[in-house]
Design a protein around this ligand. Structure first.
Ligand SMILES: O=c1ccn([C@H]2C[C@H](O)[C@@H](COP(=O)(O)O)O2)c(=O)[nH]1
Ligand SMILES: [Zn+2]
Length: 193
């Protein structure tokens, strides 16, 4: 058989094989991606009791701000206090820690966060609720509402209801989203190869 004909036949059969290839099925959906981003940011927190993360997303599904609870810039994580039941109120973390929502809003990489959605690990406190409302965010998707009985959090809901900010709890499809650097499908390209 003519060599060109063999090559053409091989090419054709490869092309028809290619047509059978469909997209991956086990990719994470947008909501999982945004909540997982909030959870990943929370891993940066130094707070021993609550690690909170927040991720702000615009109407085009673009992330425009991420933050976690931490000390303000210039206030050392090692010098400022992390305790809460301290003898002096001046030594309690409450006076110093910047909340995740506040950091995410202030870290925004867009002109504003109007009509955006914020994904948060913990339902926002009253101070964060005020910032969320004033910044124009219109939807809050939270993971945990465990502090809901505290006045601060009841106040948040009162304000969200009055301001027309929607809020609802995220129920994960998967309890675990794993990131394994060494297990990547394309590991042939990893630096050690
Ligand atoms: O809206 C909120 C509420 C709380 N946080 C952070 C701030 C603190 O670091 C902890 C809460 O600590 P407690 O020990 O429960 O007081 O969570 C936040 O980022 N956003
Ligand atoms: Zn807060």
């Amino acid at each position: 058989m003519d060599i060109n004909l063999v090559e053409d036949t091989e090419k054709l059969s490869l092309e028809s094989e290619d047509k059978k290839i469909t997209k991956r099925k086990d990719y994470i959906d947008w909501r999982e991606y945004f909540m997982a981003t909030a959870f990943l940011a929370a891993k940066r927190s130094k707070d021993p009791s609550y690690q909170v993360g927040a991720c702000i997303v615009n109407k085009e599904n673009k992330i425009v701000g991420v933050g976690y609870n931490g000390m303000p810039i210039g206030c050392s994580d090692d010098e400022f206090p992390w305790g809460k039941d301290t003898l002096s109120k001046l030594d309690s973390k409450f006076l110093y820690v910047c909340h995740a929502e506040m950091n995410a809003i202030l870290n925004k990489n867009s002109a504003d966060v109007k009509d955006c959605t914020i994904y948060v690990g913990l339902f926002p406190c009253n101070e964060c609720a005020k910032m969320i409302i004033q910044s124009g965010i219109t939807e809050v998707i939270y993971f945990s509402d465990e502090k809901r009985h505290k006045p601060k959090y009841i106040a948040s809901k009162k304000m969200f209801n009055a301001a027309g900010v929607k809020y609802w709890q995220y129920i994960p499809k998967n309890d675990k989203i794993e990131i394994t650097f060494s297990g990547a499908a394309w590991q042939n390209m990893s630096p050690s190869k």
